[in-house]
Ligand binder design. Sequence first.
Ligand SMILES: Cc1cc2nc3c(=O)[nH]c(=O)nc-3n(C[C@H](O)[C@H](O)[C@H](O)COP(=O)(O)OP(=O)(O)OC[C@H]3O[C@@H](n4cnc5c(N)ncnc54)[C@H](O)[C@@H]3O)c2cc1C
Length: 399
Amino acid sequence: MSDLRTFRVVIVGGGSAGIMVAARLLRARPSLHGNIAIFDPSEKHYYQPLWTLVGAGVVSKESSEKEEASQIPKGALWIKEAIESFLPEMHQVRTSRGEMIQYEYLVVAAGIEIGWDKIKGLPETIGNGGVCSNYSYEYVSYTWECLRTFSGGNAIFTQPNTPIKCGGAPQKIMYLADDHMRKTKVRSHSQIIYASANAGIFAVKKYADALQYVINRKNIHTNFRWNLIEILPEKKEAIFVHLDTNQTHTLSYDMLHVVPPMFAPRCIRDSPLADVAGWVEIDATTLQHTRYPRIFSLGDCSNLPTSKTGAAIRKQAPVLVSNLLAFMDQQSLSARYDGYTSCPIVTGYNRLILAEFDYKLEPRETFPFDQSKERYSMYRVKKDLLPFLYWQGMMKGRI
Ligand SMILES: Cc1cc2nc3c(=O)[nH]c(=O)nc-3n(C[C@H](O)[C@H](O)[C@H](O)COP(=O)(O)OP(=O)(O)OC[C@H]3O[C@@H](n4cnc5c(N)ncnc54)[C@H](O)[C@@H]3O)c2cc1C
């Protein structure tokens, strides 16, 4: 008999994905009470989609944060430790304190790692001298500080050359910045530049067309295939490399909103669970690991070929739970995920395009009207309804 601590289900990560899965598993199978362990070292749980509105000064950053303890569903045990390595052949994980934990089934939901140090000069400059980012709770308020005090000049918004969480977020804050600069009457002596490593504004044609219209209306300058590689804070310059020509370009900035490159967390990248790019390698429809059938994954750390969002996880979690329970019962895995994801693209204070699409990059809209049109009603959905549904519905496994 092994004397290792053993759980029927171990969940790595208690963020959006980990909590949604735990809550749903416990609702669907009460016998799992006391048999699910969630490993997460973080004391706090964040509703990150609000950070766009925090950066624009609409809501406080505190409204996006709750105690992790308050989100752990009744019946699950929260263990405040990180998982450092995976031993899938032995059905074990090792914690940051070096303890080996035995599991019957494993759900990997450890989110994404942000490569702050992958842009030269960024770690020293972030949060100072006009260099800001909505991608961190620590710095998100500084974006608003930059916008609030902006008195004209170059405002640059970047998007990196890797998958990121919420692919639309780098441009949402730019549209809000434009709107704010018009209100404070500094827009006429400012230039807004979108410097993105992507080849175009959005992957789905219907929304790309709508966004191009927004960009033209707002007179935003776009540089596609530009990847930020270095910041020179003394000269207030940002250096980019063009991904097709390899040429470097230097732009001076007064405000620089940076979205750093992102990667699968190191513990996954260095593990047998990873695909060649480092993400957890799962079947795109069943969410079961392709080599280790007792392992499932979802959310930002998985290799699902869709946009990494909380909205996508809301559709992944029921599929994962249904298939995991079927697997426990030695039934076939019949639930299927079709790549659904959603990006509420805020195009100004009080306007929003609600992009929803699937693996085929086909629109999959919820409402009976054209969601590529900017609407006030959809802005209210993002600002008020979705945070409520997240805390009261999704985190409790109800929706
Ligand atoms: C600025 C911004 C705007 C966004 N806008 C939207 C939006 O409008 N709509 C939308 O749907 N989504 C949006 N998102 C994306 C959304 O927040 C993420 O896709 C979602 O939170 C991912 O959930 P996750 O559980 O995979 O990761 P997370 O929620 O980040 O949770 C990962 C958890 O794993 C833990 N962890 C990490 N490593 C380990 C380890 N080794 N061991 C144990 N635990 C570990 C972490 O502490 C964390 O709690 C946005 C994100 C940002 C930053």
